[in-house]
Design a protein around this ligand. Sequence first.
Ligand code: GLN
Length: 199
Amino acid sequence: TPVVGVLALQGDVREHLIALAAADAVARPVRRPEELAEVDGLVIPGGESTTISKLAALFGLLEPLRARVRAGMPVYGTCAGMIMLADKILDPRSGQETFGGIDMIVRRNAFGRQNESFEAAVDMKGVDGDPVEGVFIRAPWVESVGARVEVLAEHGGHIVAVRQDNVLATSFHPELTGDHRVHGLFVAMVRGSAAPGAL
Ligand code: GLN
């Protein structure tokens, strides 16, 4: 069984732990480099990306996490987590760093003030059956992607789900809906990236 961590510095950690367990992973919070070293994959939750960035630096996780992403560890980011996986943020706050991993430019709080939080049905590649219920909370969108990025979903003409190799990101929050298919997709990515017979 794959061991999947949830970066537990800030944000909706508990909901991801529950969703991962429902998707047949062993789920664990990760706060220290030693804990990061023990997981097969990692979720970066929603929350506030500037805060996650600062705490990751403070907890000594910025470089170890970048190194593991570069080495191919599967990672899934939701909302603020998507921002953390962008190689570039369009409008970063001063000192805001990302882990990177996806060749994309992300716009924070992109869906705008009048529509800060909303739900919408989202058709997502890789998730069979009904559309996913997309919960958007002060959500980013993807402004542009590089050639190696696969666009998995759009909403209102904007990219809201992407994948590059082992790195997955959504603007919305599947961990809040009780529908665990997106976590299932990610856990399958973690299983697929392991050496045969390892998990
Ligand atoms: N707007 C937040 C940010 O910039 C993200 C919101 C969320 O994760 N729900 O980090």
